[in-house]
Design a protein. Sequence first.
Lengths: 115, 115
Amino acid sequence: MPVPLYQAKAEFFRTLGHPVRIRVLELLQDGPRPVRELLTEIDVEASNLSQQLAVLRRTQLVSSTRDGNTVVYALSTPDVADLLRAARRILTELITDRSLLLEELHSAPGSPPAR
Amino acid sequence: MPVPLYQAKAEFFRTLGHPVRIRVLELLQDGPRPVRELLTEIDVEASNLSQQLAVLRRTQLVSSTRDGNTVVYALSTPDVADLLRAARRILTELITDRSLLLEELHSAPGSPPAR
DNA sequence: GATCAGGATGAAGAAGTCTTCAATTGACGA
DNA sequence: TCGTCAATTGAAGACTTCTTCATCCTGATC
């Protein structure tokens, strides 16, 4: 039995746990892109973006190829897109649930606070 | 446009980025469970588990109900299970890809090291 | 070969997360 | 009411991760 599997999973999710990295992955869903282009869309310093790209490369979620003067990044498997979709679904559900809860709290001010 | 959406997504993934929390979610996939039972399966101190459960509660991935002397936890939506499945798929793919790469490197020792 | 632009890297301090310990709460039976 | 079991909480130090800065590397142009 592979003991540290959930360890690997946790690392994987931690890799996704950064706004810039998420944005990069989402942009790459529509196809490969040069760093320069990512940079115009993400609003972060070049070296910072580079650091985050390095993290994504290390975990092999993306791959990079040099084309003359520019470097182009791409998702290394389309499964990443699936995963992001699943995450989006669950997130919107969680968020709407939360706002429903808020509404309930507002419309029934006498009821005890949720704990 | 909801500007900090990828922020929310990042937070969400960070929530999943911990071995104990992953294990808890996986155990809860099969149905609700009392803390005591989680504790026997996860091998972590009670207070540590409690801390991680608190994180999961804050992000509303799980919910807890007290039943007399024991506290029972459950997934707050079955979508969590979907997400974990998607993650599992992509992870096993990444891992097998990686070992293929290793094999290639071993069988072609004269080629330049991968960078 | 000097220079330049696009990217990558290393290092250091700031910021955040984990683990652990002691103290606390709530429910239950003696 | 006291003791106890189950679980949670708060706080402190260890440990990671982020951001930023200066520096470096690579390929193109002159």
